[in-house]
Write a protein that binds this ligand. Structure first.
Ligand code: ZN
Length: 215
């Protein structure tokens, strides 16, 4: 496709890779092949689309995540905590994550790295393990802590002591995803359960979703 012949109603130029990509799902009249829309939706842009195409966005997100183990652990921990707290998550919870946890994320990252070296190999790097898809595992399962509880009148409260115990550095470690999922199946414990995710979605805690995909 040369630039001259591009129909700008159907295609949009990505500001990053400068390629013309479909604005919507397009069907080729000759062979019926469908080219999928390549831009995310954006409420406030003039054409309702983001300015960077999906593939550029994926590359940027992946680079960002693999670059910095601390960012990834912070993001992961914040998201998991929000799922756990549901509607009881305080406003600005993620911004003040370290205050609620009672430690700096950098301390957690150091501890996870040290533990991984001890269990696997003195040269093992946490960043590589995360890139291989390792999960952060709760040694004592997350679901065994009664962090959100109901009082006699059915009102929900957060037991912050239980929360800190659950997320204590000493209760966390990085393990292969398969191992973690097997354990989760056994204890019904790790990786937020389906009902929990659905419940938090119904209750409108959009903040559970990743926040680093906005343009
Ligand atoms: Zn692009």
């Amino acid at each position: 496709m040369t630039t001259r012949h591009v129909d700008k109603k159907l295609y949009k130029k990505c500001i990053k890779c400068r390629a013309w990509r479909p604005r919507e799902d397009l069907t080729d009249p000759n062979d019926g092949h469908i080219s999928k829309r390549q831009f995310g939706l954006h409420d406030t842009s003039s054409d309702g689309l983001q300015s960077i195409c999906y593939s550029c966005k994926n590359i940027a997100n992946t680079a960002m995540r693999s670059k910095n183990a601390t960012q990834r652990i912070r993001h992961h921990t914040g998201t998991r905590c929000l799922t756990q707290l549901g509607t009881q998550a305080p406003p600005q919870f993620v911004a003040n994550l370290e205050d609620y946890l009672g430690y700096k994320i950098t301390r957690l990252v150091k501890a996870l790295g040290k533990d991984l070296k001890e269990r696997e190999d003195p040269k093992r790097k946490l960043r590589d393990a995360l890139n291989e898809g390792y999960h952060i595992d709760h040694i004592r399962p997350l679901s065994s802590f009664k962090v959100v509880y109901r009082d006699q009148s059915g009102v929900e409260h957060v037991d912050w002591d239980a929360f800190r115990e659950c997320w204590d550095v000493s209760n966390l470690r990085a393990i292969p995803a398969e191992e973690n999922l097997a354990k989760g199946a056994q204890y019904d414990a790790e990786s937020p359960r389906k009902e929990e995710i659905e419940a938090s979605n119904e209750e409108g805690s959009e903040e559970v979703a990743t926040s680093d995909t906005s343009p």
